[in-house]
Write a protein of this length. Structure first.
Length: 226
């Protein structure tokens, strides 16, 4: 079972949408404590911004051996169109996620959230996968790693398929390096089409407790994957 936390109430007290708590801090200590207990930050807006913490039930995950890659995407991966790197431009990826065209005026990645995750990156907990095309950042994905658990937070693209390429490389990297659990928080049509599923929160908690203990390494410096 997960250790108790003094920062958050029990996740079972979350409402039907998964809302658990308003307030708190966007410090590394609070954020990492949240992830260790099946909770994540996501601000809400109603005239003013309120920091909120969530633990939805069910929880969306991608099983590392069940990612669905379409034939067209396989051709794209094999084409050499993109270069993929790890932790080369974390700031570029998180700002790309915040400013993607479909999120204009609707992003949850506030300046405070961006600074908080950039700090986690500096501390070695947050990582990015970048996808490049013609020397420019075309897409990417970022998230938080604890033990053999990875929480994928957001992804974006500026060139078609770039975010999907990032996800494929992320899943393969996690699988090869011994990760056990890939959390994506909430299911979307896009992630469902690539094999994402939902599991009950209590099952997610059990798997999380097992995954956060083993130590595996996500990255060892700036790397090029392609």
């Amino acid at each position: 079972m997960l250790n108790t936390t003094t920062n958050f109430p029990p996740v079972e007290s979350a409402d039907t949408e998964g809302l658990l708590l308003f307030g708190g801090e966007l410090s590394p200590e609070w954020i990492l404590d949240a992830y260790r207990h099946a909770i994540f930050p996501w601000p809400v807006f109603d005239d003013v911004e309120l920091m909120a913490w969530w633990s939805p039930d069910p929880r969306a995950v991608i099983e590392l051996d069940q990612l669905h890659i379409s034939r067209r995407l396989r051709r794209t991966l094999a084409s050499g169109k993109f270069e993929v790197t790890v932790d080369r431009d974390f700031a570029g990826v998180i700002h790309g996620c915040a400013t993607a065209v479909d999120r204009e005026e609707a992003t949850w990645l506030t300046p405070e959230m961006i600074l908080a995750y950039e700090r986690l990156h500096e501390l070695g907990y947050a990582h990015s996968v970048e996808v490049w095309h013609a020397g420019q950042l075309a897409g990417g994905i970022y998230g938080v790693a604890l033990g053999s658990f990875f929480s994928a937070e957001s992804m974006f693209y500026r060139v078609r398929d770039a975010s999907k390429v990032a996800l494929v490389h992320l899943v393969e990297r996690l699988r090869l390096r011994g990760y056990e659990l890939l959390d994506i928080q909430q299911l979307t049509d896009h992630t469902a089409s690539m094999g994402a599923t939902e599991i009950p929160r209590d099952q997610y908690q059990q798997r999380l407790a097992q995954a956060i203990s083993p130590h595996v390494s996500f990255a060892t410096g700036l790397e090029s994957l392609v």
